[in-house]
Design a protein around this ligand. Structure first.
Ligand code: PLP
Length: 454
């Protein structure tokens, strides 16, 4: 065994001794210990060695307003003093929950009827699954229960959400996916197009594959389709231009609900309030989280349309209640912080700001193609990634897959930038408040890291 490098009786050794980290290789964690973050300021965080680092991933695609937005601290403090907690079961309500639901409906990208609150992206997507089942039972179509998501899609980690997630690491050893959850192809043109296939033809082929799957399963058994507008954790995959138009035609043909998972894309990431606007989506339900509160407190939401609401009304009358909800659904402090976050987006013109800096961001990202081992750069708005390959022409992945991504992310860290390796793809998703100068500083550091790495 490798001798632990974590010194005894330090914060690091206490971490290793006591804390089961999410999404961490616990075999290597025992050797390396944690990277402890101690403070934040704007787009920067500081670690316990005193390094000031650009948070090029906004934490986990979420701290849109950076790490020191005083207005959010004040909104939380104010609400904690007024009413730190109350629930919203059995018709109880609070003003922050009402205000936030109303505001979200006002800015929704398509007409929506109601907003349900939860605490995480997983809870929101899991609630969407239950809503699909409940809806089809309530309207007398109890067969229509299967949900189609996509390979490499990411929808969270609770049992149904992890089943919809299309990544092997979320299924293996967990006995997932559960029945009724199916996966169709990833819209990754650069990696998966046939030789000579045009992007438009690739999109057509994927829509046909979805239709084939629906036909094979029986359209009367397929209840919903879920997709992120831009796939995040699966490698920042931006769909071909006509992909969603073609997919939505298929869903309409078979009367299949469409759930847009805007947990990463929602609230300005793509240069519009919702990516459903950017990609012209007409979802029946939308899930949001992360940038809803700039991640200062946990809160997520599920938008449902009028048809689904009517089914909830009918079903709850039948049963005596709508039997779903969390202790913290619509938590007043989280709701107050989310409401203030949405106000800041408006007051500070955050979406306009994203639109003004997304071109330099995307240009600097594209420039990374000059490196021999960058096979593809891809992105939209203020989200992007580059994929590493051992042979650029043949698009050959490094072996073992993932090691190069980790090594490059580690090099970037040495140069003062936190990025995230997703296999051999390295992702950027900086706070939306990043300035053009800071974008250049970030990419200068990444270029220095890539130069040194190979
Ligand atoms: N959906 C998408 C698109 C996500 O990116 C994530 C998290 O990254 C989730 C759902 C799950 O969110 P959470 O980690 O808050 O449960």
């Amino acid at each position: 065994a490798v001798a632990p490098t974590v010194p005894g009786n330090s914060d690091a050794s206490r971490d290793v001794a006591s804390y089961l980290h999410p999404y961490t290789n616990h075999a290597t964690h025992e050797q390396t210990g944690p990277h402890i973050i101690t403070g934040g300021d704007g787009i920067y965080v500081t670690d316990d060695s005193g390094h000031k680092l650009i948070e090029g991933m906004a934490g986990l695609w979420c701290t849109s307003l950076g790490f020191s937005e005083k207005r959010l601290v004040d909104a939380a403090t104010k609400q904690l003093n007024i009413l730190p907690y109350y629930h919203t079961f059995a018709s109880k309500s609070t003003n922050p929950a009402i205000d936030l639901a109303e505001k979200l409906l006002e800015i929704a990208p398509v007409p929506m009827s109601k907003v349900f609150f939860a605490n995480s992206g997983s809870e929101a997507t899991d609630s969407a699954v239950k809503m699909v089942w409940y809806y089809h039972n309530a309207i007398g179509q109890p067969e229509k229960k299967k949900i189609i998501s996509r390979k490499k899609g990411y929808h969270g980690v609770t049992v149904a959400a992890a089943s919809m997630t299309g990544l092997p690491g979320n299924h293996k050893l967990f006995d997932l996916p559960i029945d009724r959850i199916l996966h169709t192809e990833t819209p990754h043109y650069w990696r998966d197009a046939l030789p000579g296939e045009e992007e438009e033809d690739f999109a057509t082929r994927l829509a046909e594959q979805l239709e084939d799957l629906i036909q094979a399963e029986g359209p009367e058994t397929v209840g919903a389709f879920i997709a992120e507008p831009i796939m995040g954790a699966g490698g920042v995959i931006v769909p071909p231009r006509t992909y969603f138009e073609k997919i939505q035609e298929v869903l309409k043909r078979y009367d299949i609900l469409f759930i847009a998972d805007e947990v990463i894309c929602g609230f300005g990431r793509t240069g519009r309030m919702f990516a459903s606007e950017t990609f012209r989506l007409k979802p029946d339900m939308i899930t949001v989280a992360k940038q809803l509160s700039s991640a200062y407190l946990p809160i997520s939401a599920l938008f449902i349309n009028e048809a689904i609401y009517q089914a909830v009304k009918k079903g709850s009358d039948e049963v005596g209640t709508f039997g779903h909800g969390f202790t913290y659904s619509g938590h007043p402090v989280a709701a107050a912080v989310a409401l203030e976050t949405l106000k800041i987006y408006e007051d500070d013109g955050i979406i306009e700001h994203v639109r003004s800096v997304m071109s330099p961001f995307q240009k600097r990202l594209k420039d990374l193609n000059k490196f021999d081992h960058v096979g593809e750069t891809r992105g939209h708005g203020l989200i992007g990634a580059f994929e590493l390959v051992s042979d650029k022409c043949a698009k050959t992945p490094f072996d073992p897959y993932g090691a190069a991504g980790k090594a490059v992310a580690a090099k970037c860290l040495e140069h003062g930038v936190i990025l995230r390796a997703l296999g051999d793809t390295v992702a950027f998703c900086p706070p939306l408040i990043i300035t053009e100068d800071q974008i250049h500083t970030m990419f200068d550091a990444v270029e220095a890291a890539l130069t040194e790495w190979h």
